[in-house]
Design a protein around this ligand. Structure first.
Ligand SMILES: Nc1ncnc2c1ncn2[C@@H]1O[C@H](COP(=O)(O)OP(=O)(O)OP(=O)(O)O)[C@@H](O)[C@H]1O
Length: 452
């Protein structure tokens, strides 16, 4: 499990720099600009480490330190301050602060403190290892998250094919990460410096498909004002990824098949044969078996493409990946939207998100989290934010809407009976088992007027 740190400082620039520093070392980072809020977060999150400014706008940093050490003794605290203040240094160390670092923060000093921490902490915070993790965590466009058995199988297959030129067919529902896998195959392999070209087959129109794929010569047809280099040629010694291959028009399928046989093609309007060494990857969310039996997908093309197949399971079949994915995606979204990394309670998120089937798979999860990050009112993603992003109301809210105070129940019931008996007081009193004066006093108490 990754370590987590809470940074409490009233300077946004410090929060930002600490955020980057710890994230690069693979830590989960939480931040607070205020002491009291930071204290509340510490109580809730019980972080491995708190970086605490001694001078805070709302509460003395030393008081925060004292409370943290008393209530969450396992949490280590590093004090930071702009003041060379011996008294505070001594006081904070006496109170159990682990280290005292002066501003501006020297990252080597912070690294040294973390190293020291790794020696004393039972959790074994391994700085070196975290630096490696940090390097890997770079929103790399080919970085795939997953620890489920199913994803481990996917990783194994990727590893088998990255350095070869084998044709791979990637199958899976929409949003499962097929394009990401294609990128991983290309960018993790020895040909990663070569181009990676995507051909979205759902946009191919029969008449233009050949030109798009193989290119055309100037004057090949009306409107061909200049020579056009097709996608295959653009791929060079790299990869061409046919996304949504199931959508490729039948005529184009034949042309692609011929290319796969011969490894050469000619531009439209030319006679010059161009040899290509491009690696072919394809993906589909369609049932190609059914399409083949319906003759809308060529069987021979299928066999050519599926030298190796990778089946990407839907998210509902690997829910154990949700916490890891959510953690990664929130960091990715925060970086992309330049929003401060939102902290969240991983158990709460897992509890809520694991109940959904995610028909749109990881893309839907990513979109949901993006909405949650953008809509969140604070730097902490709450249960309410997650439910709102899912377009649902939270259990807490549901319950509060379902259950009302007794007086409201009584008021509603009296009105219901009055309405049912056309506001006949005698009948209403008999049903409710009360006297007329009692009914009158209740009407007054609940401000129930005349017949509505
Ligand atoms: N295992 C994963 N780890 C990290 N990000 C993922 C993972 N799987 C999918 N994603 C992210 O989810 C989004 C959808 O993934 P991708 O476009 O690769 O899916 P797809 O299967 O190709 O979808 P479609 O069939 O609709 O084209 C992308 O932003 C991708 O980066």
């Amino acid at each position: 499990m990754e370590s987590n740190v809470l940074v409490i400082d009233d300077q946004p620039s410090i929060l930002e720099s600490m955020n980057v520093f710890f994230q690069q070392r693979g830590w989960m980072v939480y931040t607070s600009l205020k002491g009291l809020k930071g204290l509340a977060m510490a109580r809730k999150l019980k972080p491995d480490l708190v970086i605490l400014d001694i001078k805070l706008p709302d509460i003395d940093g030393l008081v925060v330190l004292e409370k943290i050490k008393k209530e969450i003794p396992q949490t280590q605290v590093i004090i930071i301050t702009a003041y060379q203040d011996m008294e505070n240094t001594i006081a904070s160390i006496k109170m159990g602060a682990f280290e005292f670092i002066h501003k501006p923060i020297d990252i080597h000093e912070m690294d040294a403190a973390l190293y020291k921490l790794s020696k004393i902490s039972g959790k074994g915070v391994d700085v070196k290892n975290q630096q490696i993790q940090g390097k890997r965590f770079n929103y790399d466009m080919s970085y795939i998250v997953g620890k489920s058995m199913a994803m481990k199988e996917v990783f194994k297959k990727i590893a088998l094919v990255t350095d070869s030129r084998v044709t791979v067919l990637i199958q899976g529902e929409s949003g499962t990460g097929k394009e990401l896998i294609a990128k991983a195959i290309h960018f993790q392999g020895i040909y990663k410096k070569q181009p990676f070209i995507v051909m979205d087959c759902s946009t191919l129109v029969d008449t233009l498909a050949e030109s798009e794929l193989f290119g055309y010569e100037k004057g090949a047809f009306t409107g061909a004002d200049s020579t056009f280099v097709g996608r295959l040629e653009k791929a060079g010694d790299g990869t061409i990824f046919f996304d949504e291959i199931g959508e490729m028009p039948l005529q184009t399928q034949s042309k692609l098949l011929r290319f796969l046989h011969e490894k050469e093609f000619v531009r439209v309007g030319s006679t010059k044969v161009i040899r290509s060494n491009a690696r072919i990857l394809a993906a589909t969310n369609r049932e190609l078996d059914t399409m083949m039996s319906q003759k809308s997908f060529r069987e021979d093309l299928f066999h050519r493409l599926s030298v190796m197949t990778i089946h990407v399971p839907p998210l509902r079949d690997r829910k154990s990946d949700i916490p890891l994915l959510a953690d990664y995606l929130i960091k990715k979204i925060s970086a992309q939207t330049h929003m401060q990394v939102k902290s969240f309670d991983s158990d709460m998120l897992t509890h809520i998100f694991s109940r959904y089937d995610w028909p749109g798979n990881v893309r839907q999860l990513e979109n949901t989290l993006t909405r949650a990050v953008l809509m969140a009112k604070s730097s902490l993603l709450t249960e309410e934010d997650l439910y709102a992003a899912l377009g649902k109301i939270s259990e807490k809210k549901q319950k509060s809407e379902l259950f009302k105070p007794l007086c409201e129940v009584e008021k509603d019931y009296i009105i219901k009976v009055l309405d049912a008996f056309d506001w006949h007081f005698g009948k209403t009193c008999r049903i409710l088992g009360i006297t007329r004066p009692t009914l009158r006093s209740k009407l007054k108490k609940y401000n129930i007027g005349s017949k509505r």
